[in-house]
Design a protein around this ligand. Sequence first.
Ligand code: IPE
Ligand code: IPE
Ligand code: MG
Length: 225
Amino acid sequence: MSNLPRHVAIIMDGNGRWAQQQEQPRVKGHEKGAEVVRDIMTFASRHDEIRSLTLYAFSTENWKRPKAEVEFLMKLLSRYLKKEQHVYLENNVRFHAIGDLSRFSASLQKLIRQTEEKTAHCTGLHHHLALNYGAKDEILRAVKTLQEDGLELTEEALNSALDAPEPVDLLIRTGGDQRLSNFLLWQAAYAELFFTRTLWPDFTPRELQSIIDRFKSVERRFGGL
Ligand code: IPE
Ligand code: IPE
Ligand code: MG
Protein backbone atom coordinates (compact mmCIF):
# COMPACT_ATOMS: atom_id res chain seq x y z
CA MET A 1 0.00 0.00 0.00
CA SER A 2 1.43 3.38 -0.91
CA ASN A 3 1.03 6.48 1.26
CA LEU A 4 -1.90 8.76 0.71
CA PRO A 5 -1.26 12.51 0.72
CA ARG A 6 -4.48 13.26 2.61
CA HIS A 7 -3.21 16.43 4.23
CA VAL A 8 -0.69 18.42 2.21
CA ALA A 9 0.84 21.55 3.75
CA ILE A 10 3.03 24.02 1.90
CA ILE A 11 5.36 26.81 3.04
CA MET A 12 5.04 29.13 0.06
CA ASP A 13 8.45 30.79 0.07
CA GLY A 14 10.48 32.70 -2.51
CA ASN A 15 8.12 35.39 -3.80
CA GLY A 16 10.53 38.24 -3.10
CA ARG A 17 13.52 36.50 -4.70
CA TRP A 18 11.43 35.63 -7.76
CA ALA A 19 10.58 39.31 -8.25
CA GLN A 20 14.18 40.38 -7.67
CA GLN A 21 15.31 37.94 -10.37
CA GLN A 22 12.99 39.74 -12.78
CA GLU A 23 14.25 43.12 -11.53
CA GLN A 24 10.81 43.90 -10.19
CA PRO A 25 9.72 45.09 -6.74
CA ARG A 26 9.18 42.27 -4.21
CA VAL A 27 5.41 42.80 -4.20
CA LYS A 28 5.21 41.62 -7.83
CA GLY A 29 6.31 38.24 -6.53
CA HIS A 30 3.44 38.22 -4.04
CA GLU A 31 1.00 39.05 -6.84
CA LYS A 32 2.25 36.16 -8.97
CA GLY A 33 2.28 33.98 -5.84
CA ALA A 34 -1.44 34.58 -5.31
CA GLU A 35 -2.14 33.24 -8.82
CA VAL A 36 -0.17 30.12 -7.98
CA VAL A 37 -2.27 29.67 -4.82
CA ARG A 38 -5.34 29.50 -7.05
CA ASP A 39 -3.74 26.97 -9.43
CA ILE A 40 -2.48 24.69 -6.66
CA MET A 41 -5.77 24.89 -4.76
CA THR A 42 -7.73 24.01 -7.90
CA PHE A 43 -5.39 21.12 -8.69
CA ALA A 44 -5.71 19.81 -5.12
CA SER A 45 -9.50 20.06 -5.28
CA ARG A 46 -9.50 17.77 -8.33
CA HIS A 47 -6.98 15.33 -6.88
CA ASP A 48 -8.60 12.10 -5.67
CA GLU A 49 -6.34 11.63 -2.66
CA ILE A 50 -5.86 15.10 -1.19
CA ARG A 51 -8.51 15.99 1.39
CA SER A 52 -6.87 19.02 3.00
CA LEU A 53 -4.47 21.62 1.71
CA THR A 54 -2.90 24.04 4.20
CA LEU A 55 -0.95 26.96 2.79
CA TYR A 56 1.30 29.27 4.84
CA ALA A 57 0.53 32.80 3.67
CA PHE A 58 1.52 35.10 6.55
CA SER A 59 3.39 34.21 9.73
CA THR A 60 3.29 35.76 13.20
CA GLU A 61 6.86 36.88 12.41
CA ASN A 62 6.04 38.50 9.06
CA TRP A 63 4.88 41.70 10.81
CA LYS A 64 8.60 42.50 11.13
CA ARG A 65 8.73 43.32 7.41
CA PRO A 66 8.65 46.91 6.12
CA LYS A 67 5.26 48.53 6.65
CA ALA A 68 4.66 49.00 2.94
CA GLU A 69 5.14 45.29 2.21
CA VAL A 70 2.84 44.28 5.07
CA GLU A 71 0.17 46.72 3.85
CA PHE A 72 0.49 45.37 0.33
CA LEU A 73 0.04 41.81 1.59
CA MET A 74 -3.12 42.80 3.49
CA LYS A 75 -4.58 44.42 0.38
CA LEU A 76 -3.61 41.45 -1.76
CA LEU A 77 -5.29 39.08 0.68
CA SER A 78 -8.50 41.03 0.61
CA ARG A 79 -8.41 41.28 -3.19
CA TYR A 80 -7.69 37.56 -3.42
CA LEU A 81 -10.59 36.58 -1.16
CA LYS A 82 -13.06 38.76 -3.07
CA LYS A 83 -11.89 37.56 -6.46
CA GLU A 84 -11.49 33.87 -5.69
CA GLN A 85 -14.68 33.13 -3.76
CA HIS A 86 -16.33 31.86 -6.91
CA VAL A 87 -13.36 29.55 -7.63
CA TYR A 88 -13.88 27.95 -4.22
CA LEU A 89 -17.57 27.49 -4.90
CA GLU A 90 -17.03 26.14 -8.44
CA ASN A 91 -14.60 23.55 -7.12
CA ASN A 92 -16.64 22.64 -4.01
CA VAL A 93 -13.79 23.81 -1.75
CA ARG A 94 -14.38 24.71 1.88
CA PHE A 95 -12.23 27.61 3.03
CA HIS A 96 -10.88 27.94 6.59
CA ALA A 97 -8.46 30.48 8.00
CA ILE A 98 -6.03 29.37 10.71
CA GLY A 99 -4.00 31.69 12.92
CA ASP A 100 -4.83 34.62 15.17
CA LEU A 101 -7.08 36.80 13.06
CA SER A 102 -7.62 39.37 15.81
CA ARG A 103 -4.62 41.39 14.64
CA PHE A 104 -6.18 42.06 11.22
CA SER A 105 -8.43 45.02 10.43
CA ALA A 106 -12.14 44.61 11.17
CA SER A 107 -12.97 44.65 7.46
CA LEU A 108 -10.42 41.96 6.62
CA GLN A 109 -11.64 39.79 9.50
CA LYS A 110 -15.17 40.18 8.20
CA LEU A 111 -14.18 39.18 4.68
CA ILE A 112 -12.33 36.10 5.98
CA ARG A 113 -15.39 35.05 8.04
CA GLN A 114 -17.69 35.66 5.06
CA THR A 115 -15.52 33.45 2.86
CA GLU A 116 -15.71 30.71 5.48
CA GLU A 117 -19.47 31.05 5.77
CA LYS A 118 -20.09 31.14 2.02
CA THR A 119 -18.10 27.96 1.48
CA ALA A 120 -19.26 26.16 4.65
CA HIS A 121 -21.57 23.89 2.62
CA CYS A 122 -18.80 22.72 0.27
CA THR A 123 -18.00 19.03 0.68
CA GLY A 124 -14.78 18.68 -1.34
CA LEU A 125 -11.28 19.86 -0.44
CA HIS A 126 -10.70 21.61 2.90
CA HIS A 127 -8.44 24.53 2.17
CA HIS A 128 -6.76 26.13 5.18
CA LEU A 129 -4.98 29.43 4.71
CA ALA A 130 -2.53 30.25 7.50
CA LEU A 131 -2.84 33.96 8.31
CA ASN A 132 -0.97 35.58 11.19
CA TYR A 133 -0.18 31.98 11.96
CA GLY A 134 2.60 30.69 14.18
CA ALA A 135 2.65 27.16 15.56
CA LYS A 136 3.88 28.33 18.97
CA ASP A 137 1.05 30.86 19.15
CA GLU A 138 -1.48 28.22 18.05
CA ILE A 139 -0.33 25.76 20.74
CA LEU A 140 -0.36 28.45 23.44
CA ARG A 141 -3.87 29.57 22.48
CA ALA A 142 -5.04 25.94 22.55
CA VAL A 143 -3.56 25.36 26.02
CA LYS A 144 -5.20 28.56 27.30
CA THR A 145 -8.58 27.48 25.90
CA LEU A 146 -8.33 24.13 27.71
CA GLN A 147 -7.32 25.86 30.95
CA GLU A 148 -10.19 28.34 30.71
CA ASP A 149 -12.65 25.52 30.10
CA GLY A 150 -11.18 23.57 33.02
CA LEU A 151 -10.38 20.60 30.79
CA GLU A 152 -7.65 18.07 31.41
CA LEU A 153 -4.52 18.51 29.29
CA THR A 154 -4.34 15.36 27.21
CA GLU A 155 -2.85 14.85 23.76
CA GLU A 156 -6.33 14.36 22.33
CA ALA A 157 -7.79 17.46 24.01
CA LEU A 158 -4.88 19.66 22.97
CA ASN A 159 -5.07 18.32 19.44
CA SER A 160 -8.71 19.17 19.08
CA ALA A 161 -8.22 22.68 20.52
CA LEU A 162 -5.75 23.54 17.74
CA ASP A 163 -6.78 25.68 14.76
CA ALA A 164 -6.01 22.79 12.39
CA PRO A 165 -6.34 19.44 14.13
CA GLU A 166 -5.45 17.03 11.31
CA PRO A 167 -1.95 15.51 11.11
CA VAL A 168 0.10 16.56 8.09
CA ASP A 169 1.17 13.76 5.76
CA LEU A 170 3.27 15.73 3.32
CA LEU A 171 4.94 19.05 4.08
CA ILE A 172 6.61 20.96 1.25
CA ARG A 173 8.71 24.13 1.36
CA THR A 174 9.54 26.00 -1.83
CA GLY A 175 12.34 28.57 -2.15
CA GLY A 176 15.32 26.39 -1.21
CA ASP A 177 15.52 26.89 2.57
CA GLN A 178 15.20 23.85 4.81
CA ARG A 179 13.39 25.04 7.91
CA LEU A 180 9.84 25.05 9.28
CA SER A 181 9.64 28.75 10.25
CA ASN A 182 7.07 28.08 13.00
CA PHE A 183 4.62 26.19 10.74
CA LEU A 184 2.43 23.33 12.07
CA LEU A 185 5.01 22.10 14.58
CA TRP A 186 2.50 19.82 16.33
CA GLN A 187 0.62 18.53 13.29
CA ALA A 188 3.81 17.81 11.32
CA ALA A 189 5.26 15.56 14.04
CA TYR A 190 5.31 12.66 11.52
CA ALA A 191 5.02 14.52 8.23
CA GLU A 192 7.30 13.64 5.34
CA LEU A 193 9.31 16.76 4.50
CA PHE A 194 10.14 17.80 0.96
CA PHE A 195 12.17 20.88 0.05
CA THR A 196 12.40 22.27 -3.45
CA ARG A 197 14.57 25.09 -4.78
CA THR A 198 11.70 26.22 -7.01
CA LEU A 199 10.51 29.68 -5.95
CA TRP A 200 6.79 29.74 -5.11
CA PRO A 201 5.72 31.83 -8.16
CA ASP A 202 7.29 29.13 -10.39
CA PHE A 203 5.72 26.18 -8.53
CA THR A 204 3.30 24.14 -10.65
CA PRO A 205 0.70 21.39 -10.18
CA ARG A 206 3.08 19.19 -12.18
CA GLU A 207 5.87 19.63 -9.62
CA LEU A 208 3.40 19.00 -6.79
CA GLN A 209 2.35 15.75 -8.47
CA SER A 210 5.97 14.69 -8.87
CA ILE A 211 6.61 15.32 -5.15
CA ILE A 212 3.46 13.29 -4.34
CA ASP A 213 4.81 10.45 -6.49
CA ARG A 214 8.07 10.46 -4.48
CA PHE A 215 6.17 10.74 -1.20
CA LYS A 216 4.20 7.62 -2.07
CA SER A 217 7.28 5.44 -2.17
CA VAL A 218 8.57 6.50 1.28
CA GLU A 219 8.25 3.92 4.04
CA ARG A 220 6.43 5.65 6.92
CA ARG A 221 7.11 3.74 10.11
CA PHE A 222 5.73 6.07 12.83
CA GLY A 223 8.25 4.65 15.24
CA GLY A 224 7.33 1.04 14.50
CA LEU A 225 9.26 -1.47 12.40
C1 IPE B 1 6.87 34.11 0.92
O1 IPE B 1 7.79 34.76 0.10
C2 IPE B 1 5.63 34.95 1.16
C3 IPE B 1 5.51 35.50 2.51
C4 IPE B 1 6.26 35.22 3.54
C5 IPE B 1 4.45 36.48 2.72
P1 IPE B 1 8.87 35.76 0.69
O2 IPE B 1 8.30 37.14 0.69
O3 IPE B 1 9.37 35.29 1.98
O4 IPE B 1 10.00 35.68 -0.42
P2 IPE B 1 11.56 35.56 -0.18
O5 IPE B 1 11.77 34.39 0.72
O6 IPE B 1 11.98 36.85 0.44
O7 IPE B 1 12.13 35.36 -1.54
C1 IPE C 1 7.76 31.55 5.94
O1 IPE C 1 8.52 32.31 5.06
C2 IPE C 1 6.41 32.18 6.11
C3 IPE C 1 5.52 32.09 4.94
C4 IPE C 1 5.77 31.46 3.83
C5 IPE C 1 4.25 32.75 5.10
P1 IPE C 1 9.52 33.43 5.59
O2 IPE C 1 10.23 33.97 4.40
O3 IPE C 1 8.81 34.39 6.45
O4 IPE C 1 10.49 32.57 6.50
P2 IPE C 1 11.99 32.81 6.99
O5 IPE C 1 12.04 34.18 7.58
O6 IPE C 1 12.86 32.69 5.78
O7 IPE C 1 12.23 31.71 7.95
MG1 MG D 1 10.89 34.07 2.57
